[in-house]
Design a protein around this ligand. Structure first.
Ligand SMILES: Nc1ncnc2c1ncn2[C@@H]1O[C@H](COP(=O)(O)OP(=O)(O)OP(=O)(O)O)[C@@H](O)[C@H]1O
Ligand SMILES: [Mg+2]
Length: 351
């Protein structure tokens, strides 16, 4: 083994999906970290006391003086200080102080100011070289779509904060749509439904559990036999209570209107897609990624509305498509497969 190959072993390069809901990190060909993008901050000690899963478990249960903070909003860093502290902790855990090259994904419609915040946060957290990649591009690569070829591919990445819809061909995004309706809005719709219609106040984690366990976008087999018990407190007198609802009730009253917003955005982008690429999409259909795409019956509902086939890639979880694509690009660049540089948003100033 020559000296440079030997040094390569110690490369601490990371691919990071810094998502609104989850931060997922890839290193040396595998996912090494998957944590909610949440921290718990102690006002008195002025320091972070929990990060990721530990902080999420504290949501809605904290005593005075402890704040639960989400540094990401709508796919971008909303609180740079907290995001940086979170990233610093993850980067130093995974790469010590020697992170060399980091690729982070950002929404396709990221602004210049937002790009600077992401770059600065990674650099302050120890990265020597930072590249950015658009989330739908990374997702498409993770789903094994041929993004460098001339054929058009449509990907819909439904995350926690944003739904990113893009048509990709020849290594670039030809057209895209981004809306702030995704998993978090669906969770919120469940929470609001119980508050407004059943006078039941429930916590965010409970609402998310209900969405995941009993939520749907389309009627499903066996739903008539399923009863959902929901516990919270009565908004009138504050007393803890439990009510029982059906999955159809949750779908029709809470989730459906927001699912329709996602479908409308897909229809709008299909309308804007150039005809040559529309032809490819007719043949190939639409691919879904992101945790929000796991909502039961969503692919079927989108397929019914668009008359296109809608697929979820079976090889990897939709939750990991974006980080996997980012990792594939990182590995390709490390191996000097420079055609992959065209899929990055902007070349690092360090090169
Ligand atoms: N089985 C499931 N059914 C429905 N929703 C799910 C399921 N599993 C996860 N989710 C939702 O997926 C969302 C998180 O997805 P993901 O990790 O892809 O988002 P993110 O990348 O952090 O966000 P963004 O891309 O918007 O910045 C959450 O809203 C979560 O509730
Ligand atoms: Mg995402």
């Amino acid at each position: 083994m020559n000296f440079f190959k030997f040094l390569n072993i110690f490369h601490n390069d990371l691919a990071i999906d810094l998502g609104t809901a989850n931060t997922v990190i890839w290193k040396n060909g595998e996912i090494v970290l998957n944590e909610p993008s949440i921290v718990a901050y102690d006002d008195k000690q002025m320091k972070l006391i929990a990060i990721g899963t530990d902080a999420k478990l504290m949501l809605g249960r904290t005593p005075k003086g402890i704040e639960i903070m989400k540094p990401m909003k709508d796919g971008v860093i909303a609180n740079p200080q907290i995001a940086e502290a979170m990233l610093r902790s993850y980067i130093s855990k995974l790469a010590g102080n020697f992170a060399r090259r980091i690729i982070v994904c950002v929404p396709a419609g990221v602004t210049e100011a937002e790009k600077i915040i992401v770059r600065d946060s990674c650099e302050h957290a120890g990265a020597k070289e930072v590249h950015l990649i658009a989330e739908p591009m990374a997702g498409a690569i993770g789903l094994n779509l041929d993004v460098l070829g001339p054929q058009g591919n449509m990907i819909v990445d439904i995350g926690g904060g944003t739904t990113e819809i893009a048509v990709i061909a020849l290594g670039g995004i030809v057209c895209n749509q981004s809306i702030k309706v995704a998993g978090n809005v669906l969770t919120d719709a469940v929470l609001q439904y119980f508050r407004d219609v059943h006078q039941l106040r429930i916590g965010e984690n409970t609402a998310e559990d209900i969405k995941i366990q009993a939520g749907s976008a389309y009627p499903f087999k066996g739903e008539k036999d399923l009863q959902v018990n929901v516990k919270g407190n009565d908004i009138v007198n504050g007393i803890p209570k439990m009510i029982t609802v059906s999955p159809a009730e949750i779908r029709e009253n809470a989730l459906s209107p927001q699912v329709q917003n996602i479908i409308n955005a897909i229809l709008k982008l299909l309308e804007e897609t150039p005809p040559e690429l529309a032809k490819d999409i007719y043949d190939r259909g639409i691919m879904l990624s992101g945790g929000g795409s796991l909502l039961r019956g969503l692919a079927k509902r989108i397929s019914n509305a668009t008359h296109l086939s809608v697929g979820i890639y079976k090889e990897i979880s939709p939750l990991f498509a974006v980080v996997t694509g980012t990792g594939i690009v990182l590995d390709a660049i490390n191996k000097n497969h420079n055609e992959y540089r065209s899929v990055l948003i902007k070349h690092s100033t360090y090169l």
